[in-house]
Design a protein around this ligand. Structure first.
Ligand SMILES: CC(C)(COP(=O)(O)OP(=O)(O)OC[C@H]1O[C@@H](n2cnc3c(N)ncnc32)[C@H](O)[C@@H]1OP(=O)(O)O)[C@@H](O)C(=O)NCCC(=O)NCCS
Length: 182
């Protein structure tokens, strides 16, 4: 993983999530602000823990594995998480998801966390294209994606159900060349 970035305001770093993080992830997933724009299905601490126990960071660098999760830290405190789902290793495709717990939103932390992740992925893995999707009403998420160099590529109509209503999403993506030329 790339070294942490020091900004004028906060120090952000990432570490791979481990089974002991499951209760924290479960708690964060239940926060209303975290669920506001994304449907997070019910998942138990033991399911989360089993999922985290099966991930190996070495797999990511060898071009294997499907799902990886990191804890975002600010000044060494856990503040949120990042997920990466590799959809196709042959073509270098993956999708990212992310959230900060309520107390840590609006502090400019997520652009830093995504930047650290993307630098590591594009430098050290065979991934070439990272996608992200977000609800069309999630303006903060769209601003974050634009800041780190994602391009909005289209609108996915009725993409998921949120509070009983089908919601359109925007599809964003960043290519290796976008990241290094940005
Ligand atoms: C969306 C989220 C990832 C943004 O990360 P963040 O670190 O809080 O974002 P920033 O502090 O860098 O803010 C980015 C921009 O969005 C704005 N913003 C942040 N939260 C906002 C809110 N709740 N409403 C409106 N604007 C908001 C900021 O003012 C900033 O605008 P600027 O670039 O014009 O200054 C974070 O708020 C979050 O985790 N939300 C809950 C989970 C979620 O929605 N995940 C994404 C699913 S696609």
């Amino acid at each position: 993983m790339q070294p942490s970035k020091q900004t004028s305001l906060e120090r952000v770093s990432l570490r791979l999530a481990h089974p002991g993080d499951a209760p924290l992830l479960k708690r964060w997933r239940s926060e209303p602000s975290v669920r506001r724009y994304q449907p997070l299905g019910p998942v138990s601490v033991s399911q989360l823990s089993a999922e985290l126990a099966s991930q190996r960071l070495a797999d990511l660098y060898r071009g294997r594995g499907e799902k990886f999760q990191w804890i975002i830290r600010c000044l060494e405190q856990p503040v949120g998480w990042l997920t990466l789902v590799v959809t196709n290793w042959d073509h270098g495709l993956a999708e990212t998801g992310y959230a900060l717990s309520s107390a840590h939103q609006r502090r400019g932390l997520m652009p830093q966390a995504l930047d650290i992740l993307l630098a590591d992925l594009f430098t050290n893995t065979g991934l070439e294209r990272i996608e992200a999707r977000c609800a069309v009403d999630n303006i903060a998420s769209q601003k974050v994606l634009t800041k780190v160099g994602f391009h909005r590529e289209g609108r996915l109509r009725g993409y998921f159900v949120l509070s009983g209503r089908r919601v359109d999403n925007y599809l964003y993506a960043i290519l290796r060349e976008d990241f290094f030329s940005g």
